[in-house]
Write a protein that binds this ligand. Structure first.
Ligand SMILES: [Fe+2]
Ligand SMILES: [Fe+2]
Length: 477
């Protein structure tokens, strides 16, 4: 009898293992029926990796059951699939948003390029199954840009969450099937629908095949702002709390190869915090050859959100800062309509030689990209928006993704794909021959930010500015 029980258990385990691999083992995409079955096994304890402070670091964050011993979270990293010769990294933990769980944060350092790393994560000797990620070249690399996943468990959200997450997984399936050389994912925000429902995080984390193997850098969106949970799921590097930190998460920056990524919380009311973040990030990376900003609000975007007052306020306060610090590209979300702007500088839409042919060299100003939705929530409003700053837009209900490749010979190559038709919908290339960082010689750019916001009261800032100058001159004598 005992033997029979054992045999049945083995067969059941094998069947479970096979049913899991049946979902993920072939190059064919998962069927909806298989996904619905698989989804029943998902929870909110999956890991989210985030690029660390630079390309040699990897940050880990995961939820686990509350552990009363206070044991530190641990990540073990090995170059061998049997985890032999592992290196162990210990981190910190905080209370999570749930009484029965905690949020664990670990940073692994010393990563090398073109290497496969196997890892386990855990607490108090209880480790996850072995997973792996691969680093590619640090000099030339490709990343994936998606946005607005925002799975919702609410009955008013249309599709059931299984359908939404099936489409979210499908976006990643297509992107990674076509690109086996992606180093990390950038997410333009609205990570979840309310930021306060665990079911949304179960949904967001459900494409484990991809999220266990690719780090993701995400900004906060207006939907994340509705709750407080974002910060318990992401272990971001170089977080800038500023003078008015928010409870749901703050801006941060990281460096990957020659590129500085500044991840802005565009919902912050205190515009000086974002100015300080950008300034601090740029000054810490004077040798970066490219500067990319990521923010949720599509300040030169594609749909009705792009001209709402809160978006315009961010445009007025942040665009001059990005221009001042010589940014090349801004990646945004929010409108769920894919589009790409002309190059813009000083609030002007520029005519850039080569633009219409899809390739420009050392352009002035910066270009803004707006992502579609990522889980079947792309929008096709009744009317087409003909904003003067939009060079191309893609009106479809399908999810799209964008890959951006930065090469060591000075090219940024952008390609966007419809995940249902799998057709390329947009391509563009920026070539850089001149890497000199050109901070704009414009002392008044703070005036440019503040004046439109405070109008006639700007005189107060002028008086205060004069006063500070006088005090500074007294102390410098
Ligand atoms: Fe959104
Ligand atoms: Fe949004």
């Amino acid at each position: 009898m005992k033997m029979l029980k054992k045999a049945v258990a083995v067969v059941l385990c094998l069947a479970m293992a096979l049913s899991f691999t049946a979902i993920y083992s072939s190059a064919e995409y998962v069927s909806y029926e298989d996904w619905v079955e698989y989804y029943k096994t998902c929870d909110n304890k999956g890991v989210i990796m985030t690029p660390g402070s630079d390309e040699t670091e990897m940050n880990f964050c995961w939820h686990s059951d509350r552990n009363w011993t206070g044991a530190k979270p641990v990540v073990r990293l090995s170059k061998n699939s049997d985890m032999s010769d592992y290196v162990e990294f210990k981190g910190t933990h905080t209370f999570s948003e749930q009484a029965s769980q905690r949020s664990n944060n670990v940073t692994a350092t010393g990563l090398e390029e073109n290497t496969t790393y196997y890892y386990v994560y855990g607490v108090d000797g209880e480790f996850s199954d072995v997973a792996s990620f691969k680093t590619h070249s640090f000099d030339s690399f490709k990343f994936l840009f998606i946005s607005d996943v925002q799975p919702s468990a609410s009955s008013s959200s249309g599709d059931p969450i299984e359908k939404q997450t099936y489409l979210w997984n499908h976006s990643l399936e297509v992107a990674f099937d076509k690109n086996d050389d992606i180093s990390f994912i950038v997410n333009g925000g609205d990570v979840t629908a309310t930021g306060s429902d665990t079911a949304e995080w179960v949904g967001f984390l459900s494409p484990k095949k991809y999220l266990n193997s690719y780090p993701m850098a995400a900004v906060q969106g207006n939907h994340d702002k509705k709750g407080t949970q974002y910060k318990y799921y992401f272990n971001n590097p170089n977080v800038h709390l500023g003078a008015s930190p928010t409870v749901y998460g703050n801006g941060y920056w990281f460096r990957y190869g020659d590129v500085l990524f500044v991840m802005v919380n565009s919902m912050k009311i205190n515009i000086f915090d974002n100015y300080a973040l950008v300034k601090k990030a740029v000054e810490a990376n004077p040798d970066a050859k490219w500067r990319v900003a990521v923010m949720h609000y599509d300040i030169y975007g594609t749909g009705h959100h792009a001209v709402q007052e809160e978006t315009l306020a961010v445009r007025r306060s942040l665009a001059p800062v990005l221009e001042h610090y010589d940014f090349d590209l801004a990646l945004t979300g929010h409108d769920h309509i894919y589009g790409r702007s002309y190059f813009i500088d000083d609030s002007k839409v520029l005519t850039t030689p080569g633009f219409d042919e899809g390739k420009v060299v050392d352009p002035q100003g910066l270009m803004y990209l707006t992502a579609s939705g990522s889980r079947g929530n792309s929008r096709m409003d009744g009317r087409e928006y003909d904003y003067e700053w939009i060079a191309t837009q893609y009106r479809s209900l399908n999810n799209c993704y964008t890959t951006i490749e930065i090469t060591d010979d000075g090219r940024l190559i952008l390609e966007s794909v419809d995940t249902i038709t799998e057709k390329v919908i947009d391509e563009f290339e920026i070539v850089k021959t001149d890497y000199e960082f050109k901070e704009k010689d414009n002392d008044n750019y703070l005036e440019m930010i503040i004046k439109p916001l405070v109008g006639e009261y700007y005189v107060i800032f002028e008086i205060l500015g004069d006063l500070f100058d006088k005090i500074a001159s007294i102390f410098s004598r």
